[in-house]
Design a protein around this ligand. Structure first.
Ligand SMILES: Nc1ncnc2c1ncn2[C@@H]1O[C@H](COP(=O)(O)OP(=O)(O)OP(=O)(O)O)[C@@H](O)[C@H]1O
Ligand SMILES: [Mg+2]
Length: 249
């Protein structure tokens, strides 16, 4: 008798990456959702020269980060999510992810992907891992490609968190896609921007300055009316005020 195994050709990564990506902004949104799930307060999405092919995307957060074990047993393992076990995060957020595939949609967007992460649990450790997809295209099996996890100096100011950079994008990310991205960021954001534990995404995209502002101004700035409600526990005292502080009967 001979035992054997199911093995995967690198093509599966390309196919999955493409199928997960109805449009290029989708992959970037997946990275923002991962920052949200990691209890980040701040998440900065920087887009450089994306209106043409060959651009760069960087998504940086100050969330939980990953230990070397979490990189090896989680981030580098496709198709299983630890989030399935969690009903909510430490900050009480309901995880946006569950399939263990979202990052692949993003990572395949460019020729190069780089992960830098510093875990909240041990802020003296920081790691970097770089992927050149050409190495996979040239290999016969996914397992044949070795990836190095480097121990690097602590990220100076942030303390903990994760940065994912995608370089030499294969497709352009045009205005329509950046608008989709901006709207998805707004839906995850703390609407008033005043909750210390809320999620505060920021878009840095010099090619689309108006969409940067859209994210900065938050969802409620687009509303025609603002209502402020107060309630002291006694339903007879409940009051609803307009944004002009006038009582609404
Ligand atoms: N910014 C991040 N900070 C901390 N951990 C992360 C971050 N991004 C990814 N991870 C880890 O990598 C895992 C894989 O991410 P991925 O988005 O592929 O899957 P998922 O979020 O679990 O599920 P889904 O496919 O539904 O998004 C996550 O479960 C998480 O453990
Ligand atoms: Mg995810």
């Amino acid at each position: 008798m001979k035992t054997s195994r199911i093995r995967f050709a690198p093509d599966i990564l390309r196919r999955l990456g493409e199928e997960l990506n109805p449009h290029p902004s989708y992959g970037i949104i997946e990275l923002v959702k991962n920052a949200y799930d990691a209890d980040a307060k701040n998440c900065v999405v920087s887009l450089s020269n994306v209106d043409t092919t060959g651009g760069t995307v960087e998504v940086s957060d100050d969330g939980d980060g990953m230990t070397i074990d979490q990189i090896e047993q989680g981030w580098l393992v496709l198709g299983h999510s630890q989030k399935l076990k969690k009903r909510c995060t430490k900050l009480g957020r309901i995880p946006a992810g569950s399939k263990g595939l979202g990052r692949l949609a993003a990572l395949r967007l460019g020729r190069f992907a780089r992960l830098e992460t510093q875990p909240r649990s041990n802020a003296s450790d920081a790691y970097r891992l770089s992927i050149d997809w050409k190495m996979f295209d040239d290999a016969s099996l996914i397992d044949d490609v070795d990836l190095e996890i480097e121990h690097v100096d602590r990220r100076p100011k942030d303390g903990h968190g994760t940065t994912i950079a995608l370089d030499r994008l294969r497709d352009r990310v045009g205005r329509v896609e950046v608008k989709q991205l901006a709207r998805a960021m707004l839906l995850l954001a703390d609407p008033f921007g005043d909750d210390k534990l809320g999620f505060q995404p920021r878009l840095v995209a010099p090619e689309f300055a108006d969409l940067e502002k859209l994210v900065a101004k938050r969802y409620f700035d687009q509303a025609s009316f603002h209502l402020v409600a107060s309630y002291d526990g006694d339903p007879r005292h409940a009051r609803v005020l307009s944004d002009q502080a006038e009582e609404i009967p």
